[in-house]
Design a protein around this ligand. Structure first.
Ligand SMILES: C[S@@+](CC[C@H](N)C(=O)[O-])C[C@H]1O[C@@H](n2cnc3c(N)ncnc32)[C@H](O)[C@@H]1O
Length: 253
């Protein structure tokens, strides 16, 4: 099985913020209330949950929940606040899910906030395989009727839908170009990052029997300023957005 390339702790440090909690909790709570059948207790799983501010805010907003956060970076996992309703696990999600799927514990809502594009291998094909494995792994620990929530940045190409994502993967995974891509602002320079267009993600979800039952647009990329505009042209980007897709297993809801 291909190995996920792990970002250095120094690079992961830049993800220590609460913007996912600020932007996503309200629409996510609304979607969960509308989609997941009302139950006494709901179990949440936050994959690559970082410093935990998203999960903490979810637990505050929904008193009938408890949550598990899986985080590969030890430094990030340690930033999490503790609570009786929260379990923190420092592990690679793929390894953890393989073990967990053998037991009986299942989750009602599984979050992938800005994390699927970090399932990166040596080549783009390998990265897509790892992302596919992550979706399969999520299905294997999802409760019947449960919800998978994917919050991603979508780069939609001008000449070809996936061209920006292919360019970003190639540029960010090159060690030779790393000083330049770092200078251009890529936190993943030398490690790689695997974004996709929105239609590519929807196709991948469908391939794994996951139906989009709802979606919520957080923000459209504006490319204001010279540097973002250069990025847009060089990377052949037509549009970019921050969007949440809500998924359920086909035929089970
Ligand atoms: C961009 S940050 C997003 C953090 C948080 N979800 C948010 O929305 O702010 C991605 C996080 O996922 C973690 N991560 C990446 N791959 C992972 C994996 N395979 N298993 C567990 N955590 C992973 C990284 O260490 C990092 O903290």
């Amino acid at each position: 099985m291909a190995e996920v390339i792990k970002l250095s702790e120094e690079r992961v440090e830049s993800f220590d913020h609460d913007s996912t909690a600020i932007h996503a909790v309200a629409p996510v709570v609304e979607a969960i209330r509308g989609i997941v059948p009302a139950q006494k207790h709901l179990t949440l799983l936050d994959v690559g949950g970082g410093n935990g501010t998203f999960l903490d805010t979810m637990l505050q907003a929904m008193s009938e929940t408890s949550g598990t956060l899986i985080e590969m970076s030890q430094a990030m996992a340690e930033k999490n606040s503790r609570s009786d309703r929260k379990t923190i696990v420092c592990a690679n999600f793929l390894d953890w899910a393989a073990k967990t799927a053998q037991g009986s514990k299942r989750f009602d809502v599984i979050f992938f906030n800005f994390v699927l594009h970090h399932f990166v291998g040596k080549h783009r094909d390998e990265s897509i395989r790892l992302q596919s494995q992550a979706l399969e792994a999520a299905k294997s620990v999802l409760a019947d009727g449960g919800l998978i929530v994917v919050y991603e940045i979508h780069y939609n190409g001008l000449f070809h839908d996936e061209l920006p994502s292919k360019l970003i993967h190639a540029l960010s995974s090159s060690n030779v170009l790393a000083p330049l891509t770092k200078l251009m602002g890529a936190n993943t320079a030398g490690y790689g990052v695997c974004f996709h267009s929105e239609s590519y993600w929807r196709g991948l979800f469908g391939q794994f029997g996951l139906r989009v039952v709802d979606e919520h647009l957080i923000e459209k990329g504006s490319f204001a300023g010279i540097k973002p505009h250069i990025h847009k042209i060089v990377l052949n980007i037509a549009t970019m957005n921050y969007k949440i897709h809500f998924l359920q297993v086909e035929g089970l809801s």
